[in-house]
Design a protein around this ligand. Structure first.
Ligand SMILES: [Zn+2]
Length: 297
């Protein structure tokens, strides 16, 4: 059973098996190395994990994509940073939030609390959103590169890496986060809370993908949702054909600009600011100026 996609020169069944073993070792290695800082998930968090799995699975089946079989691990850290991360080399999700004994065991009520931010003091409040976000990274398309007996992540969703650097990091985060917001909005249909208060770190990146989807939908005379679903599906299946539509609609070189958008989360990054302007403006002059700027770097 092949669990991952591999690429590389002269790879064969043998090198693929070796690479898979290395990935499994990396997972074990990270688990052992950080075992001191990991803690057991609370009863609550176990519920959140199973609820997250359920909602992500539901979204995948709606999109008609098969979930990756390759299993990730979820670990909880106790450093209280309130962050989450996913490492595609070790396939470990780390959720960092301080242990808090919690007596509320009703997931629906907990969801309500998360969505309505009834208790913004609590770090655990954003856990649900963080778990879904990282789970989407873990379930998104993976490809690994085998080179000189080494194996490394080559693609994870839209994020692509090579010797020169990483590309589409910002786009990858935007697609992931927008999918999370879709899922939460969908869940919210049952409990009906004003979701405008739901925070996201990726406002700028989201705005860019929204502009892209809007323009393509208008040009093709389709619903925005239909175009957005194609981008979302590609995140899990690895299909990237639709990216050509960005060049068709925003001009030659657009993808190069989009590829440079990082996940800085703020407009303080020059690349993200220029990317934001590029995908918002209708001025050919401004677009050309930005394109030239990127060309010269
Ligand atoms: Zn992320």
């Amino acid at each position: 059973m092949e669990q991952n996609n591999f690429t590389g020169k002269n790879i064969n069944e043998n090198s693929i098996n070796n690479a898979q073993k290395k990935l499994d070792n990396a997972q074990e290695h990270q688990a052992i190395e950080n075992s001191n800082s990991y803690r057991e998930p609370t009863e609550h968090e176990v519920l959140l994990i199973s609820k997250s799995k359920e909602v992500v699975r539901k979204e995948l089946s709606r999109l008609g994509v098969e979930a990756r079989l390759d299993e990730y691990k979820i670990k909880f850290l106790d450093k209280n940073k309130g962050t989450g991360s996913y490492n595609s080399d070790s396939r470990i999700i780390e959720i960092d939030s301080k242990y808090k004994p919690d007596t509320i065991l009703n997931t629906k009520y907990y969801l309500f609390r998360i969505l309505s931010k009834l208790n913004p003091e609590s770090k655990t409040i954003s856990n649900f959103k963080t778990i879904i976000h990282e789970m989407i990274h873990a379930k998104s398309f993976h490809k690994y590169k085998i080179e000189n007996n080494e194996v490394s992540s080559y693609r994870n969703g839209y994020l692509t890496k090579n010797d020169k650097g990483a590309y589409f990091r910002g786009l990858n985060e935007a697609i992931t986060e927008k999918t999370v917001l879709d899922i939460l909005n969908d869940e919210n249909k049952k409990i009906k809370i004003n979701l405008n208060i739901l925070e996201t770190k990726y406002r700028v990146e989201l705005k860019i993908i929204e502009n892209i989807v809007k323009k393509i939908a208008k040009k093709e005379g389709k619903e925005e949702k239909e175009i957005w679903d194609i981008f979302k599906e590609g995140h899990f299946s690895g299909n990237m054909m639709h990216l050509r539509k960005i060049e068709e609609n925003f001009g030659e070189g657009s993808l190069r600009i989009l590829a440079k958008m990082g996940s800085n989360e703020k407009l303080t990054s020059k690349e993200n600011l220029l990317c934001y302007i590029y995908f918002s403006t209708n001025s050919i002059f401004i677009k050309k100026t930005i394109l030239n700027k990127f060309k010269n770097e």
